[in-house]
Design a protein around this ligand. Sequence first.
Ligand code: NAD
Length: 477
Amino acid sequence: MQFNYIANAPRASSSGVTLPVIDPSNGEVFDELQRSNAQDIDEAVQAARHCMDSVWHKVNAMERGRLLMRLSQKVLEHADELALLEQRDCGKPTKQAQADATALARYFEFYAGSCDKLHGETLPYQDGYSVFTWREPHGVTGHIIPWNYPMQIFGRSVGGALAAGNVCVVKPAEDACLSLLRVAQLAAEVGFPAGAINIVTGYGHEVGDALARHAGIEHISFTGSPTVGTLIQQVAAERHCPVTLELGGKSPQIVFADANLDEAIPVIINAIVQNAGQTCSAGSRVLIDELIYEPLLARLGNAFEKLRVGPAAMDLDLGPLIRQSQQQRVWDFLSDAQVAGIPMVAQGRVVDEAPESGFYQAPTLLRDVPVTHRLAQEEVFGPVLAAMSFRDEDDAVELANATRFGLVAGVWTRDGGRQFRMAKRIRSGQVFINNYGAGGGVELPFGGVKSSGYGREKGFEALYGFTTLKTVAVRHG
Ligand code: NAD
């Protein structure tokens, strides 16, 4: 049985109700979580507030850095345990789960080093004045986390918030809580004071909503779907609470005829196959120069046919999807493609060892996807790659920008001038030239434009979002 973690102690929800924890590899229930409510959120917010007012505001930047560094090392010591928890909870193949645990440690390490480098400025003003700015924490911050990369998103969100001097109330996704509940215990063991990190589990529309509405939450970091992002904004607007939104994407990987295809192909495939396509920055569209459309599709198709899907512990190319409804969502997209006559180039294979009760989906490559079709416009959040061709650079830019999203883009070309032109003209938060960083890069500011959200997480830039700026003007004559 799992409990909320509030003020460095396990707590049962006041609801007395639990939720099942399901293993996506076989569909079986193996644990229980607290189905929390607004009262539990209130308890967590009060614990966080008390921590801030009594202890945390006195912990200086250097000490915060040392605490975060100790947590980073603790996570590394427990990396195998954390990876196994997340593997069972989320169906991640072993290598992916281990990479996520290591990335969590790296986030804490990066933000440990940033604490005492976050400073204000002195500003020129009238004679007789000295004017400067302070970067101050918001106070009690709320963090709503999705299920696809719980450890990584917790690391970037909570790591940055703590580094900037905030305390945290965290609502993990109902499908992905186990690793985060354990990390909160590890944080207590390395010396984080009671109330600095609080975790409350349960459904989004219950406990997530209560978190977003709570008057004591002074900043919200939300990572999740555009639909829920809209709800969070509406709720936060009522009390003018600042929000950072990391929403979805329909990110293009654009391949020109002069690209090094030997290098591009494995990266293009990994960008959609990683985490079974359940990645906000998945490269889910491949836009191909018409001069190489057929030969590149043939090579991608061959590679897709070799991909294998199976139970997480088998550590194949893909594990299962998170839950049955996600599997159904992918099936719906694929059956729409069939109805629209969109040709399938190739599919990978689900191995015989995969139990029927698991949530498996073979990776699928589709071609000639019309730009207006939902497969070219909406997030599938599964291993489905939509290919389409373009005539020239202008056409490629138009196609790349032809969705409501703008999170990440990849461009493959050896032409230096084109690399810069494309990077300038594509509307997205990140552009990768001759590489593609699906979810990677602790140091790199990350976030979207348009319906992919606003504000930036990761890198030093995130710390500006986790602070508010105070200007102090001293008249000394
Ligand atoms: P989701 O929006 O359904 O859920 C995200 C979180 O919000 C969960 O913790 C959920 O419980 C909570 N939630 C749900 N309803 C809520 C409500 N009414 N009020 C408050 N909280 C609520 O998204 P998901 O299905 O968990 O994740 C998939 C989505 O997340 C995709 O769209 C994906 O692109 C996006 N995502 C974006 C990023 C990014 O950094 N841009 C990263 C990962 C995932």
